[in-house]
Ligand binder design. Sequence first.
Ligand code: UD1
Ligand code: CA
Length: 453
Amino acid sequence: MKAIILAAGKGKRMQSDLQKVMHPILGKPIVQYAVEAAKEAGFTDITVVIGSDGEEIKKGLSATHKDLHFAIQEVALGTGNAVQAGAGRIQPTDEVLILCGDMPLVTSDFIKEMMQYNHAEKSDAVVAAVYLPTPSDFGRVYDENGDFTEIVEARDITPSHTKTDWANTGVFLFKGDALLNALGKITNNNNQNEYYLTDAPKILREEGKCVKVFHTRETLAVFTGINTQIHLAEAVAHMRNRINARHMLNGVRMLDPTTVFIDDTVKIARGVVIYPNVILEGDCEISANATIGMNTHLTNTKVCANAHIRQSVATNATIGAKTEVGPFAYLRPNAVIGDRCRIGNFVEVKNATLGDDTKMAHLAYIGDAEVGENVNYGCGAITANYDGKNKHITKIGDNAFIGSNSNLIAPVEIGKDGFVAAGSTITNNLPPNALGIARERQCIIPDWKRPSK
Ligand code: UD1
Ligand code: CA
């Protein structure tokens, strides 16, 4: 079973520097959805047709799917010409699927249903048609009780054409020999001077082959090709609903799924609660019964069971079980927070490991650090980890107490059970169980007269 996915053409109407099919929808480029639908339907040998400027598509897709073949259509002379360019691997006995790379919402279930119809009808070609009673850009499909007659492009419709409510989805199945035969006979004899793929079923029908129309009950939105940023936003909304529905059916509770954007790659366990305005990107993994509070943006972040995050941002971070984060915390790459910790408001953590039960309740910064268990890191405490040239490490032992507003000048080590007095600037290592105090003593001047204005 072989598939050809058409992805050539810059897509001028996107008004973008990116190749049209490389625009992202919830963590994946548009064309990757088409590739994955074909794969899930059982098509293992896939050729993606790209333009001569399509190197970016090849690079992008190969990162996640190493087994794809690519064919180059030098000039975009039409969908028929694109399939000609991509047909190099087709053998007469193959079952061939043709998909448009700009249609991310086509599902493997739809393709499988179409294949079942194809097998039952023993057809040489099947055209999938969708119900569309209003005028639009879609080609119009004519058939008699499922026997294909022709497809007429919207722009080629004349008053002599009778009305049909069925549109060409752009998804086809062909027997390899039938496709190869028809491709050799397509001409550009139309007012666009394009090679239309839609001529292939007509040629086969005229040769007496079995060409059928599969009338799908899917909605039109599923087959909308993305040509503008407006289409892209509509497809994101559709995909978002689909992804959110999948999670809700698995027992995730969402207060307002219309404002929750979850990449297709994210894993979420049962019992998780997601508040409004949440974005979960990349390889996030949210474990059972965690709560993701409103306005939270997580990227590649692991959240363990029963953690509670409120209004916070985290990238490449790990948040331990029953740990509370936020409101307004910022976990930067390689922040690894233990279980039952508390990262409070206006706390920033970067490249630091925090042991279980450690607390940084408010207004603090810790970077490039190894922190033990049950540490209390006071309000306003910071690590001075950067000397303007190099980054240095701070180590804090178990049960240490870092008083409010202290500066830990790295490299420095605070021993187990060490105690840093509030307001201290610590430049030397503090041994275990010791008190470090590093500040001017208070002096009192009695009866102080304020300077007169
Ligand atoms: C095509 C169909 C139309 C159908 C519609 C569904 C033809 C002649 N028309 O029209 O009946 O209703 O799709 O969306 O087939 N592409 C190439 N090379 C080309 C031209 C197109 O690779 O030379 C690719 C595009 O990247 C796109 C797909 O083919 O992924 C469809 O092309 P598009 O120009 O959007 O076709 P339509 O004119 O919309
Ligand atoms: Ca189109």
